[in-house]
Design a protein around this ligand. Structure first.
Ligand SMILES: Cc1ncc(COP(=O)(O)O)c(C=O)c1O
Length: 385
C-alpha cells in the first residue's frame, strides 16, 4: 500500500494501543501466565454452545430486530424485575448491543453534546473517556482514594454545575473491585434532585459480588433510574467475552434517543447468540450462582498469596484482585508490571493507566477468572518476588 497523502486530524490524539493489548501481547511473547486482560481461561457452558448451534440450525441466521430479539429482551426484563424490582418494557426500554462497550459509547453519543461535562471516577475503565471526547464532551475526573476506593460525594457536589450532563458510575468496579452501597445512591439522589443530569451506570459485573453483599443496581432507585442508562454484558456473566453481546436499559424517552444512534452504528447484533442467551437466561441458577463461583476463586487466589510480600486489596466484586507491591520495590507500576511479565512470567495491569494524571500507588490488577491451577501456579511465582 502506498503512503497515504490524505491528512487526517486525529480526534483522539492521546489514544494509543490499550494497556490490555500491550500486556497480553507481552505475556504471549514472554510465555507468561496472563492475568492481565479480564477474560476467563476456561470455556463457557457446553449447553450454551449447543443452544447457539441449535439456533443456527433452526435458521436464526438473519438480522434480528434493531433493538434485539424480543425473546431475549423479555428475559432481560424478567431478570431485572426479579432482581431489582424495577420494570423495563421490552418493547421500548431494553436494547441488545454489541457488548457493553457499544452500549456505553451509544449512551454517551446519544446524550452528550459539544461542551457538556461528564463526571467520571478514576481509576476508570478505559472506554468512557474516548467516547466523551469523540462527541466533544469534557471529562471531569474525581479520584477514588486508596485503599477502599470509595466515592466522596462532597467532591462530586463541588464539580457539578450547569454544564454537567452525565455522571458515569461503575459497580462492581473495574479495576478496583469496590462496590457502591445503598447509601451511595441515596447521596447521589439528593445531589441530582432538581437537575437534568443523566447517569450512565456500568453494571457489567452485576452478578459477581461477594461476601453476602447484594448488587445495588441503580434500577433499584426509581428517582435515579428515571435518568439512567444501565449497561450490562453477557460476556462477563456467561464466560463469553468473545461473543460481544450486552444490553442497555433506560426509560422509553432516553431509549428512543439511544436507539437512533444504535440503529445507524450497529443496527442489530448476532442473532443465534441472542437466541441462545434468551433460552439460557431461563436457567436462573447460572447467573445466581456466579458470585459463589468467583468468590471461591477469589478466596483461593488470596489464600495462595498468603505470606507473600504483596498486600491484598479488598476485592468486593468483579474478577480482579489488586495487589500492593510497595513492600517489594518503589519501581513505577508500569515498569514493575513489565518486569514481572518478563522476569517472573506473570502478566498483570498497572493501575496508574486508569488515571488521567500521574498517580502511582504501587498497585497492580490481577484477573482471577482463571482455572484454579493457573491461580495456584501464578501465586507460587508471586511468592518468589
Ligand atoms: C467495567 C467494564 N465495562 C465495560 C466492559 C466492556 O464489556 P463488553 O466486553 O461487553 O463490551 C468491561 C470489560 O472488561 C468492563 O470491565
Amino acid at each position: 500500500m502506498p503512503i497515504s497523502s490524505a491528512s487526517l486530524r486525529s480526534k483522539l490524539p492521546k489514544v494509543g494501543t490499550t494497556i490490555f493489548t500491550t500486556m497480553s501481547a507481552l505475556a504471549n511473547a514472554e510465555g507468561a501466565i496472563n492475568l492481565s486482560q479480564g477474560f476467563p481461561d476456561f470455556n463457557c457452558s457446553p449447553r450454551l454452545i449447543e443452544l447457539v448451534n441449535q439456533a443456527m440450525k433452526e435458521g436464526h441466521n438473519q438480522y434480528a430486530p434493531m433493538p434485539g430479539l424480543m425473546s431475549l429482551r423479555e428475559q432481560i426484563a424478567i431478570k431485572t424485575e426479579e432482581l431489582y424490582g424495577s420494570q423495563y418494557h421490552p418493547e421500548t426500554e431494553i436494547t441488545v448491543t454489541a457488548g457493553a462497550t457499544q452500549a456505553i459509547f451509544t449512551a454517551i453519543a446519544a446524550s452528550v453534546n459539544e461542551g457538556d461535562e461528564v463526571i467520571l471516577f478514576t481509576p476508570a475503565y478505559d472506554c468512557y473517556e474516548p467516547a466523551i471526547e469523540l462527541v466533544g464532551g469534557k471529562p471531569i475526573y474525581i479520584q477514588l482514594k486508596t485503599p477502599d476506593y470509595r466515592i466522596n460525594w462532597e467532591e462530586v457536589k463541588k464539580v457539578i454545575n450547569h454544564r454537567t450532563k452525565m455522571i458515569i458510575l461503575n459497580t462492581p468496579h473495574n479495576p478496583t473491585g469496590s462496590i457502591l452501597n445503598a447509601e451511595d445512591f441515596t447521596q447521589l439522589e439528593k445531589l441530582l434532585d432538581n437537575s437534568d443530569i443523566l447517569v450512565l451506570s456500568d453494571e457489567v459485573y452485576e452478578h459477581i459480588i461477594f461476601d453476602g453483599n447484594e448488587h445495588q443496581s441503580i434500577a433499584r432507585f426509581p428517582e435515579l433510574a428515571k435518568r439512567s442508562f444501565i449497561v450490562s454484558s453477557f460476556g462477563k456473566t456467561y464466560h463469553t467475552t468473545g461473543w460481544k453481546i450486552g444490553y442497555c436499559l433506560a426509560p422509553a424517552e432516553l431509549m428512543q434517543e439511544f436507539r437512533k444512534t444504535h440503529q445507524y452504528n450497529v443496527f442489530t447484533v448476532n442473532t443465534p447468540a441472542q437466541k441462545a442467551y434468551a433460552d439460557y437466561l431461563q436457567l436462573k441458577e447460572e447467573y445466581l450462582g456466579l458470585s459463589a463461583f468467583y468468590e471461591s476463586k477469589r478466596n483461593l487466589f488470596q489464600s495462595y498469596l498468603n505470606g507473600s510480600r504483596f498486600k491484598l486489596g479488598y476485592a468486593a466484586g468483579t474478577y480482579f484482585q489488586l495487589l500492593d507491591y510497595s513492600a517489594i520495590t518503589d519501581e513505577k507500576d508500569t515498569d514493575f508490571a513489565v518486569r514481572l511479565t518478563k522476569e517472573f512470567k506473570v502478566a498483570s495491569i498497572p493501575i496508574s493507566v486508569f488515571y488521567n494524571q500521574a498517580i502511582d500507588n504501587k498497585v497492580l490488577r490481577f484477573c482471577f477468572a482463571k482455572e484454579n491451577r493457573t491461580l495456584e501456579e501464578s501465586a507460587e511465582i508471586l511468592h518468589k518476588v
